[in-house]
Design a protein around this ligand. Sequence first.
Ligand SMILES: Nc1nc2c(c(=O)[nH]1)N[C@H]1C(S)=C(S)[C@@H](COP(=O)(O)OP(=O)(O)OC[C@H]3O[C@@H](n4cnc5c(=O)[nH]c(N)nc54)[C@H](O)[C@@H]3O)O[C@H]1N2
Ligand SMILES: Nc1nc2c(c(=O)[nH]1)N[C@H]1C(S)=C(S)[C@@H](COP(=O)(O)OP(=O)(O)OC[C@H]3O[C@@H](n4cnc5c(=O)[nH]c(N)nc54)[C@H](O)[C@@H]3O)O[C@H]1N2
Ligand code: SF4
Ligand SMILES: [Mo]
Length: 716
Amino acid sequence: MALLGESVCPYCGVGCRLRVEGLDGQITRVRGVEAAPANLGRVCAKGALLGPTVDTPDRVRFPLLRQPRADVFQRASWDESLDFVADRFRQIIDRHGPDAVAFYGSGQLDSETAYLACKLFKGFLGTNNTDSNSRLCMAAAAAGYRTSLGSDGPPTCYEDIDHADVVLIIGSNLAEAHPVTFDRLRAAKNDRPGQQVIVVDPRRTATCAIADLHVPIAPGSDIAFLNAVARLVVENGRADEHFIGFHTKGFVEYVAFLMGHSLDDLVAATGVARGLIEQAARIIGKSRAFLSLYCMGLNQSTVGMWKNNSLINLHLLAGQIGKVGAGPFSLTGQPNAMGGRECGLLCHQLPGYRFVEDERHRLEIEHFWGRPQGSISPRNGLSAVEMFQALERETLKAIWITATNPMVSMPDLHRVRAGLAKAELVVVSDAYHPTETTRLADVVLPAASWGEKDATTTNSERMVSRSPRMWDPPGEALPDWQILCRFAGRLGFADAFRYVSGSQVWDEFVRLTKGRPCDMAGITSSRLNDGASLQWPCPDQFHYGSKRRYLDQKFPTSDGKAVFLPRRHGDPFEITDNDFPFVLTTGRVYAHWHTLTRTGKVEKLMARDPAPYVELGFEDAERLGVADGDAVRLTTRRGQIVLRARRDIGIRPGTVFVPFHWGDLFEEGNALNYLTVPAFGPVEKQPELKFCAVKVTKARRVATEATRTPLALAER
Ligand SMILES: Nc1nc2c(c(=O)[nH]1)N[C@H]1C(S)=C(S)[C@@H](COP(=O)(O)OP(=O)(O)OC[C@H]3O[C@@H](n4cnc5c(=O)[nH]c(N)nc54)[C@H](O)[C@@H]3O)O[C@H]1N2
Ligand SMILES: Nc1nc2c(c(=O)[nH]1)N[C@H]1C(S)=C(S)[C@@H](COP(=O)(O)OP(=O)(O)OC[C@H]3O[C@@H](n4cnc5c(=O)[nH]c(N)nc54)[C@H](O)[C@@H]3O)O[C@H]1N2
Ligand code: SF4
Ligand SMILES: [Mo]
């Protein structure tokens, strides 16, 4: 058995460092690296079972071109396929202008690719239509940090878990979605029995196993909960007046706002007993080191940014930020959702936490890229949901999709399918084919995946690491950044996209972060290639990186003060009524990663969670006459699906939960996101994936137990 290398896990944002061992071209063992601060030797089942995902029969090995007017793909050469795509892009831009093309990427792209996609589309093609699935994931957290504290990026680190005396887990199912961080918290709690854990989630999830207090609020009522807690903290005399006076602004208006709402009204909106909220407020008010961990339960909402602001208000009120063991810690979903934001991949961003709408930022980037003034459009581009809507309206003509599977993961899939059908050109770069999205593409490009390329990523705690290439990609597959460079060359930009290595791309990018809040100028390729992992800010190459931010309690706002932002509780976009009386909320299970292209091929993981299901409360199930395993039809204003029922005593009455992993390849037309609503927040533009109104009825048809459809191998 030989060591193949040490690499960051390609799944969740915990960013575990893994030791990968192999024999005769096969991975034989994956273990956690003891010295890695993210995981201290731990690993979860998904990471440990990466082996079977690498060399599968459905890996894309060569570029594939759809045959005209047919549903078959033909193998093509790189030259042929990229010439074709470049010609079509050029024609479309000539006819309709640069905003007729778009790049839809992913928080799973390495920073090298995210940076180059931004450079090519924003700097050279002249459109800000680059966005990523981070829009469905972290946009509200990014906007929340920026508006409250002056900059995106968490102030905290994993070690804070060991120092906190109170941990609030709100809208996060840590045990299943960030299992290694959960294990660390459990261990910390065992070592320090005084540590208290509060979980705020409409469901009694696996995370509640370590909760001292579970507050099962009504879906969507986080702002009411957080405002009620804040009001009680003030009333209990627990506000930190010194911190508030010196380091914040807007406190007077904030308190007036809190006092302007009756506690009874706030409590009523949360749908839980007042005593639970009082208890939470007492625990939080007395805390000496208060840490909160939060994720999609806060972000995936039309008021996601407001939920984030409300949570940060609570930290400011209690002076619980910028010190050891304390702070609002947004858990990142994907392995490089942080890096994507640093590189400026979202449609309102530019590299180094800069913004499209800021003229000075545009000038700085244009100058750096050697582009004439005015090359970068001053208008924000289309965000994720808007891209697919624009395809259907035919204002967007071409889309390049990389490292994401929107035909499973976007809300309102019937519309997504219609959008893709209307597109003049759909290019998908993926590691596997078919996926629900590649089978709707005109061109499928073979991407080198985890272990097959050098790749730099930033995890939840701002830790930047480089994962090495450990083996060769299959067939002619290439790293995503190289595919983009080849494409850029064909569009006439060869000089600006001539890189000898990913290291060179990275070193160019980090120069752009010099002096910015996410300063990575000291995180050079030579340090990363030597195996160093460093947390930004890290301004020069002698700097050891920063575990925590804001320890001087100065915030990157114009006057150095953090801002209280009073946010009112309101209704979600689609409320329940007589026709659609249940709330449908959605999420994940431990064994699976997103749309199953990888974990769906691992026998042990499939054995744990073989098929989709709907979780509904015991009493609701009784009332509907539904037993465990019965078929249940879920109908919303957008579609219907049939799933097996799981009765659960831990879910709020009136709420049902469905995991989103299973797409059309598992059972045609029966994916969760056919039901969900595409409404999104006005600023952060993150869709409301955690809330829509649904009808639940008993069905006769039983959902299939089929495994993934046999692969259509004919075309290769
Ligand atoms: N096993 C596994 N782990 C993963 C992933 C995966 O696919 N599989 N994906 C990764 C990614 S990209 C992400 S973004 C993270 C997501 O990680 P999480 O956000 O922890 O996971 P979810 O299951 O999407 O949602 C978390 C919880 O939010 C609750 N919730 C729903 N509505 C509300 C609400 O209105 N308020 C509150 N307070 N809670 C609510 C749900 O009941 C659910 O338990 O996981 C990452 N880790
Ligand atoms: N209802 C509902 N919907 C949701 C969510 C929810 O909670 N509820 N969560 C949302 C969130 S937070 C997220 S992050 C999204 C995730 O949703 P997606 O991003 O669509 O899910 P993945 O399956 O991770 O898609 C990644 C794709 O990249 C491919 N791939 C793997 N490695 C590589 C590589 O190196 N290069 C390239 N080019 N491709 C590669 C994989 O095969 C796969 O097809 O789902 C969102 N959708
Ligand atoms: S916790 Fe996340 S990063 Fe760590 S091994 Fe599991 S999936 Fe990978
Ligand atoms: Mo995510």
